[in-house]
Design a protein around this ligand. Structure first.
Ligand code: MOS
Length: 705
C-alpha cells in the first residue's frame, strides 16, 4: 500500500472505449436471454379522452403473436401514484402517444405488424396544448420529484418563488430599465441508444436490463409500481448509449415490458423507435420568461425580476426550475423570481441536460446583453461589475466562484478586445459578422444514497463496487482514477464494477452530481480499507483478502456554502445578409468546475454541452400541432440538431481551481454547465452581427430577414 499514484488529473483514455469500439460492450437490449419475446406498443392517436372499444381479434389471430395487452387484461399495479408509470390501469388517455396497449410476439416484425391490426375507438374530449402565459389556471410548481435520492426518495426542489426587497419600486426608480420576454420551445433528448428494456420474471423476482442513468432509482420505482420488495427487483445496465436526462427516471415503456413478461411468462424485449421516443421518454418543456432589469447609470443592477411560465403535463406535474439560476448570478438589492406551471394535454416532460438552467440562462444572459448595451457598457465588463461577493439568495459564501476569471481568460483567448461596440458594423462579403458572450452556471450538488464496497486482494488488486452509471460521460474512467489515488495504487490495479443493483446502491447520473456523490463514497470506503489494513494487518493484505463497505458521508460544508460550477462562453457568428442563415465559426468556453479529474473526458463533457447549446440556439424545436396535440416533427429527419456544417471550432478550457468545500476530490459538476449560456452567447452574437434581437429560440433564418 505504499504506492503513491497520481491518476487524478491525467487524460486517461476511456477504459470502456475499446469494448465500445469493438462492439463488445453489451447494451440493455442486447442482453442475451432465453427465448425472448418482442413487444411493440399501441399508442393513443387522440390527445384526450377514453378508449371505448378495442378490436384485437385480427392481431391476436396472427401467427406467432403471443398476447395483446390492453387496459382490459393488464395486471393491476400495486401503485398508480406516479401517473406516468400507471400503465394500462384505466381507459383514460391523457396525451397523444400514451401507451394504450402492446403486442407481444415471437419476432419484433410480427409484433409491429400485428400492432397495426388493432382497431381502437375513442371518445374524444377537447384538448389544450398551447402554451399561453395569460392562462387563468396557472399554478405554482409543487417542486417535488425534481431530483432524487438513491433510495428513490424524492428530493424537494427549490421554492417556486423568491423575493428580496421591493422590485417594483426599484424598477420604477431605475435610470436604465429593461422589460423583455423570451421564449424557449420543447426540446427532445435524442441519445444515440434508444430507450430499451428486457424484462424477465422468475417466481416473484423481476430482472430488467434497462437503459438507465440510475439502476438503483429504476429498481426502486419499479418495485413500488409492482408492489415488490426492492430486494426482489434487479436492474442491470453497465453501458448506456447517451441519455441527457431522459434515462434518469423510469418511464412507462419499462413498466409495459415488465407487464408483458408477466403475461407471456417469458423474457420480453422492448426497444423504442426514434418516433416513439418523442412521446414516451420526456422532453425539455417550453417556457415563456419575462425579465425585468433596472440599473444605475454606472451599470450596477438595482433590480432583477425573472417571471417564468413553463408548461407541464396534466398527467403529471413535473416542475422545471427555470429561474433558479437567476437567484445566484448577480448582485442586485431587489430581486424576484416566480414560477408558474401551465398544465397541458401533452406528454410528460422530464429533466434534460441543465434542466431549467438551459432555458433560464438563455433569457437572463440575453437580457444582460441588452442591458449592457442600454448602459453603454461592454458586456464582459457589465457582468464583472455585477459580480456578487456572496450568494445573493442565501447570503452564504460560494465554495468557489471563478466566473470573473473565466470571463477574463475567455476574453483573452477569444480576442474579445478586437470587438467594436456597434452592431451590424462588420461585413465580409455577403456575411454579417458579430461576437457575443454569456455566463454559465449550474449547481454542484451531492446526492444521498451511495454505498461502496471495496475488496482488496493479496496481489494488490482491488475491486470497487458501486451501482453508478456511465452514460457516455467517462464515469468509468474518472471514478477508477479517483479509486486508484484513494487506494494508493495504479489504475491497472483497480477494477470498477457499476450499473447493476446487485452492487451497493448509488444515486443516478444526474444533476451533475455523479462524480461528487460516487467519488466521495469511493474515497471514504478506500480510506477505511487502508486504515483497516494498517491498523489490523500491519499494512499487508492477508492471503484471504479484505472487504470493506461504507456509506457515503454527508458534506458538513453543504449547509455553509453555495456550490455551483461556472463558465463564460464566447461565440462568433456569421449571418448571411440575404438568406438569414447562421453559421458559428467559433465557440469558446472557459469553465470553473473545480479540480478536473480527467482532462480528456472533462473536455468532451464541456464540448458536448456546448454543441448541444449550439443546437438549442439554432435548430431544436418540438413543434406541437394544436389540432392533434402531437409533436409533428417527431423524428430525426425533421427535428433538426446541429451538425459539423454549423460550426467551425469548439474550444473548451477551464481555470485550474480546486474547490476546498465540495468533496474530497475538490471537483465540481461538469456534465451540464457546458450547455448553459451557449444559446445566449450565440443570440447575443447574432444581435451584434445584425442588430436584430431574437428572443425566441431557435434562431431560425426567418427571424433574421
Ligand atoms: Mo441530467 S438532465 O440531470 O441527466
Amino acid at each position: 500500500m505504499s504506492v503513491i499514484s497520481h491518476a487524478v488529473g491525467t487524460p486517461l483514455d476511456r477504459l470502456d472505449g475499446p469494448d465500445k469500439v469493438k462492439g463488445a460492450a453489451v447494451y440493455a437490449a442486447e442482453h442475451p436471454v432465453d427465448r425472448p419475446a418482442y413487444l411493440y406498443p399501441l399508442q393513443a392517436t387522440i390527445a384526450v379522452g377514453r378508449v371505448i372499444a378495442l378490436d384485437t381479434a385480427a392481431a391476436g389471430a396472427e401467427p406467432d403473436v403471443l398476447a395483446v395487452l390492453t387496459h382490459r387484461n393488464a395486471p393491476r399495479l400495486a401503485s398508480a401514484h406516479d401517473a406516468e408509470l400507471a400503465v394500462l390501469q384505466s381507459d383514460e388517455v391523457a396525451y397523444r402517444g400514451q401507451i394504450i396497449g402492446g403486442v407481444i410476439a415471437e419476432t419484433p416484425e410480427t409484433a409491429r405488424h400485428a400492432a397495426h391490426l388493432v382497431r381502437v375507438t375513442y371518445a374524444e374530449r377537447a384538448h389544450d396544448v398551447a402554451l399561453r402565459p395569460d392562462r387563468d389556471d396557472l399554478y405554482k410548481p409543487l417542486n417535488a420529484a425534481f431530483f432524487c435520492r438513491g433510495g428513490g426518495e424524492l428530493m424537494d426542489g427549490s421554492p417556486a418563488d423568491s423575493a428580496v426587497g421591493d422590485v417594483d419600486a426599484a424598477l420604477a426608480a431605475a435610470e436604465v430599465r429593461l422589460d423583455a420576454t423570451y421564449t424557449t420551445p420543447i426540446n427532445h433528448h435524442n441519445p444515440m441508444e434508444p430507450h430499451t428494456a428486457v424484462a424477465l420474471w422468475s417466481d416473484d423476482e423481476l430482472t430488467v436490463y434497462c437503459s438507465t442513468q440510475g439502476v438503483t432509482l429504476s429498481r426502486d420505482l419499479l418495485a413500488t409500481v409492482f408492489g415488490l420488495d426492492p430486494r426482489r427487483v434487479r436492474v442491470v445496465c453497465p453501458h448506456v448509449g447517451g441519455a441527457f436526462g431522459s434515462k434518469v427516471y423510469c418511464h412507462s415503456y419499462a413498466v409495459l415490458a415488465a407487464m408483458a413478461a408477466q403475461i407471456v411468462h417469458r423474457p420480453v424485449k422492448f426497444a423504442l423507435t426514434r418516433r416513439q421516443m418523442f412521446s414516451l421518454v420526456g422532453y425539455r418543456p417550453a417556457t415563456v420568461q419575462r425579465i425585468r432589469l433596472g440599473a444605475d447609470p454606472g451599470g450596477r443592477l438595482t433590480a432583477i425580476a425573472h417571471d417564468v411560465v413553463v408548461q407541464t403535463a396534466k398527467a403529471k406535474g413535473y416542475a422545471e426550475q427555470v429561474a433558479v439560476c437567476t437567484r445566484c448570478m448577480y448582485a442586485a438589492p431587489h430581486r424576484r423570481t416566480t414560477h408558474r406551471l401551465a398544465p397541458l394535454d401533452l406528454p410528460v416532460p422530464t429533466i434534460m441536460r441543465a434542466p431549467g438552467q438551459a432555458q433560464g440562462m438563455f433569457a437572463l444572459e440575453s437580457a444582460m446583453d441588452e442591458m449592457a448595451i442600454a448602459c453603454g457598457l461592454d458586456p464582459v465588463e457589465f457582468r464583472i461589475r455585477n459580480e456578487p461577493g456572496v450568494d445573493p439568495e442565501t447570503g452564504r459564501p460560494f465554495s468557489s466562484r471563478h466566473l470573473v476569471d473565466c470571463l477574463r481568460d475567455g476574453a483573452r483567448r477569444f480576442g474579445w478586445d478586437r470587438r467594436g461596440p456597434v452592431s451590424r458594423a462588420r461585413r465580409e462579403g455577403a456575411w454579417l459578422v458579430g461576437t457575443g458572450v454569456s455566463a454559465s452556471t449550474h449547481p454542484s450538488p451531492r446526492f444521498a444514497g451511495n454505498t461502496t464496497t471495496i475488496r482488496a486482494g493479496p496481489d494488490g488488486r482491488h475491486t470497487v463496487l458501486i451501482a453508478a452509471a456511465d452514460l457516455g460521460t467517462g464515469t468509468w474512467t474518472a471514478l477508477t482514477q479517483i479509486a486508484a489515488d484513494a487506494l494508493g495504487v495504479t489504475v491497472d490495479e483497480v477494477e470498477l464494477r457499476i450499473g447493476d443493483t446487485a452492487l451497493p446502491p448509488a444515486s443516478p447520473a444526474g444533476g451533475s452530481a455523479g462524480i461528487d456523490s460516487w467519488g466521495t463514497s469511493v474515497v471514504e470506503t478506500a480510506g477505511r480499507l487502508r486504515a483497516l489494513i494498517d491498523s489490523h494487518h500491519g499494512g499487508v493484505v492477508p492471503p484471504q483478502g479484505l472487504e470493506v463497505t461504507s456509506d457515503m458521508p454527508d458534506n458538513p460544508d453543504a449547509a455553509h456554502y453555495a456550490m455551483h460550477s461556472f463558465g463564460a462562453q464566447f461565440a462568433e457568428v456569421r449571418v448571411h445578409a440575404d438568406t438569414g442563415e447562421v453559421r458559428v465559426p467559433r465557440l469558446l468556453g472557459v469553465f470553473d468546475a473545480g479540480r478536473v479529474i480527467n482532462p480528456k473526458t472533462a473536455r468532451s463533457q464541456l464540448l458536448g454541452g456546448m454543441t448541444m447549446g449550439l443546437s438549442m440556439a439554432l435548430h431544436e424545436q418540438g413543434v406541437v400541432d394544436p389540432r392533434f396535440g402531437h409533436v409533428v416533427n417527431g423524428d430525426l429527419a425533421e427535428y433538426h440538431i446541429a451538425s459539423h456544417a454549423d460550426v467551425g471550432s469548439v474550444e473548451a478550457y477551464w481555470v485550474e481551481a480546486e474547490d476546498p468545500h465540495t468533496n474530497p476530490m475538490g471537483s465540481k459538476g461538469i456534465g451540464e454547465v457546458g450547455i448553459v449560456g451557449t444559446a445566449a452567447a450565440i443570440a447575443n452574437a447574432v444581435h451584434h452581427a445584425t442588430g436584430i434581437r431574437v428572443r425566441d429560440l431557435p434562431i431560425t433564418l426567418d427571424k433574421l430577414l
